[in-house]
Design a protein around this ligand. Structure first.
Ligand code: ZN
Length: 150
């Protein structure tokens, strides 16, 4: 009876060890891919939790020494905490990007064409004076410039 349980546990353990390399997420190349990076971080952390669980089982089965177990567990925990912090940074960066994009959209009047900076009426001509209020209009290209006074 107990022999069956041990055989069963061993089978689960062996399958886990064989499958682990295939379950690890591939690292995405560095570059401006916040979405993929975010997904990679999440699956990386899931893989770490899985590794911790496997380690715990190995330890229970007696195939991992106490000291070794504690050291590796600590290492996994540190790595998981690092991915969490990286994720926070990425999410903050994403939020900043989204803010910048919607601000740029408003500036360029993408929801209905370029608008006058003075009276907020739509301005069609490339440059000159606003047809509604007569304010100087530098053209749609001018407002895309970074560091504008407005
Ligand atoms: Zn105007």
């Amino acid at each position: 009876m107990s022999a069956l349980i041990i055989v069963g546990l061993l089978a689960v353990f062996v399958v886990g060890v064989v499958l682990t390399p295939f379950l690890r997420p591939r690292r995405t190349p560095p570059g401006p891919q916040p979405d993929t990076d975010l997904l990679a971080l999440v699956s990386q952390r899931e893989a770490l939790y899985q590794a911790m669980e496997t380690l715990r089982l190995e330890h229970e089965l007696g195939s991992v020494e106490d000291v070794d177990y504690q050291n590796r567990l600590q290492e996994y925990r540190t790595q998981a905490a690092l991915t969490m912090r990286e994720q926070d940074d990425l999410e903050a960066e994403l939020a900043r990007l989204e803010d910048a994009i919607s601000a740029a959209r408003v500036r360029q009047g993408l929801n209905g064409g370029p608008r006058c900076g003075e009276c907020d009426n739509p301005v069609d001509q490339p440059a000159g004076r606003c047809t509604s209020c007569g304010a100087e209009w530098a053209g749609p290209d001018a407002i895309t410039t970074e560091g504008a006074d407005r």
